[in-house]
Design a protein around this ligand. Structure first.
Ligand SMILES: *Cc1c(COP(=O)(O)O)cnc(C)c1O
Length: 425
């Protein structure tokens, strides 16, 4: 006898809470305690001199991060949102300039652009990888385009070779947001290190974290210097007498604390192990969900490995006919956690559709009397179709997912798919 769906009064497949993701251990405990014992929780000074680049733990973490990512410069910051703001500030942008980015990302990517009074222009995404589609980027370039901001979404690299070729051809800077794909590999390097400036989040929900934090990476000495200035009150330390060579010298406090740096350093040691664990979960899910009608498991591009921040499924055929909302309702009732109905369509957020970034007069768009900017529905059809119905994500960052619990998730999917007909209509 088939067990009825939990949605229809049957017993849920997953009857107990899954083990929450346990990210901290004794190494982090000891590292944080040693900073506290030292009494120096931050050694930064916002003036020229020895304290300008931070304290012992910040510098040690940055050295370790630069070695791991294979870059010349790694700079710790207090959040990755801060890191993104610093990226855009470090390149030369004039108010009203355009930066092309993806709508399928966390809003911070686009807000960092707006922050400098530049205008985000959204290129549609590749339906298989969910990353920005290089073919859509080139068509959007104008004389006012200054950069491409790529995002390595869900755990794998965007098509950075193609994007770099476009950037080089048009003299654009390439910026990167690799918050969700630290340690993923492409070619003989790591994802996130090919852009002029890139970086990673150390927020609580990311692969590795220190509560709040981020890492900027670049191979460019000049850009690294600019990032260090923006991080630490640039306005109070710039003493060059050639203002024309400088731009965007608004200084911030984006400094990482010593406790965060000490913890982040321990976390970096665990990144490879954590990635292997996520890949184990994904492989088990791939095998277990194989053959469920209308369900496609994550596509991995041949130029990147996948580190599975999100396990992104797509629906078509039978599954699409039933509809994502009904599937999610049924899976939730069976106890499946972390289901994501769509992701983000940044281009449809009111800040863009209503152009309400600064004040009420449409700034910074109002700087551009020569053209208008189209946002909202029907401007990025692939991202919209996925967000509105064809994408079903499984957030892998909240749970430990030992093998037996992954099997429960698979069992729940199999049960729901065995009774798709009962969900119709
Ligand atoms: C998490 C995330 C950010 C923001 O990072 P914070 O450290 O939380 O500020 C930016 N972009 C993407 C794609 C993210 O996933």
């Amino acid at each position: 006898m088939t067990q009825p769906l939990a949605l229809h009064g049957g017993t849920p497949v997953i009857g107990r809470p899954l083990q929450p993701f346990k990210s901290m251990g004794s190494a982090e405990e000891e590292a944080a305690a040693s900073v506290v014992r030292s009494g120096v929780l931050s050694a930064y000074i916002g003036a020229p001199g020895d304290g300008f680049m931070g304290g012992t733990y910040v510098r040690a973490f940055e050295k370790k991060a630069a070695e791991y990512f294979g870059v010349k410069h790694a700079l710790g910051v207090n959040s990755w949102t801060s890191g993104l703001i610093a990226e855009v500030g470090a390149i030369r942008v004039e108010p009203g300039d355009e930066i092309i980015t993806t709508p399928w990302t966390m809003s911070a990517t686009a807000m960092a652009i707006l922050h400098w009074n530049a205008i985000p222009v959204f290129a549609d995404i590749d339906p298989r990888t969910f990353n920005i589609d290089p073919a859509c980027v080139e068509a959007l370039i104008t004389p006012r385009t200054k950069a491409i901001m790529l995002v390595d979404i869900f755990g794998q690299s965007a098509d950075v070779d193609a994007l770099k070729a476009i950037a080089d051809k048009h003299g654009l800077k390439l910026l990167g947001d690799t918050a969700q794909a630290p340690g993923s590999k492409r070619g003989d390097g790591l994802t996130g290190t090919r852009a002029d400036i890139g970086g990673f989040s150390l927020n609580y929900h990311k692969h590795i974290h220190c509560g709040e934090g981020g890492i900027l990476v670049t191979d460019d000495d000049k850009l690294a210097e600019k990032l260090a200035l923006l991080r630490n009150h640039a306005e109070s330390v710039v003493q060059q007498d050639d203002p024309a060579s400088l731009a965007n010298m608004i200084g911030y406090n984006f400094r990482m604390g010593e406790i965060e740096a000490a913890i982040a350093s321990c976390q970096l040691d665990k990144l490879e192990e954590r990635i292997a664990d996520r890949q184990r979960v994904a492989a088990q899910l791939n095998a277990g969900l194989l053959g469920l009608g209308g369900l496609s498991t994550p596509f991995v591009a041949d130029y990147s490995t996948h580190v599975y921040y999100v396990y992104g499924l797509t629906l078509d055929g039978a599954a699409r006919e039933v509809g994502r909302a009904a599937l999610i309702e049924a899976l939730k009732a069976e106890g499946v956690p972390g289901l994501m109905p769509g992701y983000v369509n940044v281009h449809r957020l009111p800040i863009f559709t209503k152009q309400i970034a600064y004040g009420t007069g449409g700034h910074p768009w109002s700087l551009r009397e020569d053209r208008s900017f189209a946002y909202g529905t029907s401007t990025c059809p692939v991202a919209e179709r996925l967000h509105d119905g064809d994408f079903l994500g499984l957030n892998l960052c909240m749970f430990q997912f030992p093998e037996d619990e992954v099997q429960l998730v698979i069992n729940a999917f199999q049960k729901v798919w065995s009774q798709l007909d009962s969900l119709r209509g």
